[in-house]
Design a protein around this ligand. Structure first.
Ligand code: FE2
Ligand code: FE2
Length: 425
């Protein structure tokens, strides 16, 4: 039988638009008129349909021309809107957005500097380009590992590298081996320091990812503690200091990467402020590593939305603070001090932050430190809809909005980081 209707996924019907063709629903092999042409498609219509698990509507084939015109108009409108918000073009199409989320859900971002030609690995590595993931050339010739890395492999022009989530354990074993192989004899070797920094970071990223997947597990929190301890040890041991943990290719936003960065900046700043290692820096680092754990309770499509959040979405997003505190309070052996970065990293000295609009002295030292680390990392991270600021631009921005931050902490942060950025050049 020739069908006289074609399906249109709901995501193709734009909320607040006025489709100039009739829309049908399929009920028991029959097509029933859902709404007439030229009536505004409201958000409540979409919610209703989704609530009833309807993913597609149908359009009569005689209206195909109107439908195509509508799609073209919508696409142009979305592009216009996207441009206004600073989106890149590839994320306008709903299917592209879905693909974007799929990649984030199924792949884990890794650091290419962890590899060298001649090394043998037993997991395939992919590169991420233009909202797509492709197998690196070294892995194409053989369906099964192990694979020996060639020079060519490392020449992926600085594109972000990824592994499949199911290979994370193999990657963890690879890193553990690598870390164990660093000899104390090479103590002053700057290449070794750099590689150790990368390996530590890569290990910590997986630990944070585990916690975000299962934030109620006491075992996972314990592993965060171990990770923080290693990072602190590294920062305090190496004169090259914390920025060597940060000199890593820039990339899109991932909560687990952001958490490691915020922890690193907090430990670096805490140490520059002269805080004692134990228990202060340990507590600060632990809280910083867990500061966004509440995001585990928020829909990942919202967390990773490739565009600006609506007011409603932003309100929902702000809940991550209270949710993070709630989750961590249930871990009874977690010291109270470690909760401060979680509870206060979005508060501002001027009282304009959230969730409690705390002012001045109401914000504790760990809250003050973590709010600077958090905003600095957010500014210097690329999002699909905005470019990353350079470290210099980000520090200038912080300087301009300095009233929001603790003056002593911010001055120390700008001095320490500014020096390390200059030294790293
Ligand atoms: Fe946050
Ligand atoms: Fe954050």
């Amino acid at each position: 039988m020739i069908e006289n209707y074609f399906p249109v996924p709901l995501k193709r019907i734009v909320v607040d638009s006025v489709p100039n063709f009739d829309l049908y629903m399929k009920q028991k092999e029959r097509y029933v008129l859902y709404r007439n042409a030229n009536i505004k498609f409201e958000k409540s219509n979409l919610d209703n349909l989704m609530g009833n698990n309807i993913v597609s509507l149908y359009v009569s084939k005689k209206d195909i021309k109107q439908y195509e015109e509508y799609r073209q108009k919508m696409r142009a409108g979305q592009e216009e809107e996207a441009k206004k918000q600073g989106y890149t073009g590839i994320f306008v199409d709903p299917e592209e957005i879905e693909r974007y989320h799929d990649i984030r859900a199924n792949f884990h971002l890794i650091e290419c500097k962890i590899f060298e030609p001649g090394l043998e690995i037993d997991f395939p590595v992919y590169y991420h380009k233009d909202n797509d993931v492709q197998l690196c050339a070294d892995f194409e010739s053989k369906p099964e590992g192990p694979w020996v890395l060639t020079d060519k492999f490392l020449k992926v022009n600085g594109l972000p590298l990824m592994i499949r989530n199911e290979d994370i354990e193999k990657y963890r074993a690879y890193l553990a081996n690598l870390l164990a192989s660093f000899s104390k004899v090479w103590r002053d070797d700057s290449v070794r320091v750099q590689r150790e920094a990368i390996a530590l970071r890569e290990m910590s990223k997986m630990v944070v990812k585990d916690v975000l997947d299962d934030p109620r597990s006491g075992e996972k929190i314990k592993q965060v503690n171990v990770s923080v301890h290693s990072l602190i040890g590294f920062i305090l041991d190496n004169e090259a200091s914390f920025y060597s943990l940060m000199r890593i290719s820039s990339h899109d936003y991932y909560t687990y990467v952001h958490s490691i960065n915020v922890c690193t900046f907090c430990v670096g700043l805490g140490s520059a402020l002269g805080l004692p290692e134990y228990p202060h820096i340990e507590m600060l680092g632990l809280g910083a590593m867990l500061h966004d754990v509440g995001k585990s309770q928020i829909d990942s499509q919202l967390i990773n939305k490739p565009g600006k959040l609506t007011d409603e979405e932003f309100k929902r997003m702000k809940d991550h603070v209270a949710q993070g505190v709630d989750i961590l309070k249930k871990h009874h052996n977690l010291p109270e001090q470690a909760l401060e970065p979680v509870a206060q990293h979005h508060e501002k000295i001027t009282g304009t932050g959230y969730p409690n609009g705390l002012k001045g002295d109401q914000i504790g030292l760990f809250g003050r430190i973590s709010s600077i680390a958090d905003i600095y990392d957010a500014l210097t991270t690329e999002r699909s809809y905005k470019r990353a600021l350079t470290p210099f631009e980000a520090l200038s921005f912080l300087n301009k909005t300095s009233a929001d931050y603790d003056r002593q902490c911010l001055t120390q942060f700008i001095m320490t980081l500014g020096k390390q950025i200059r030294d790293a050049k």
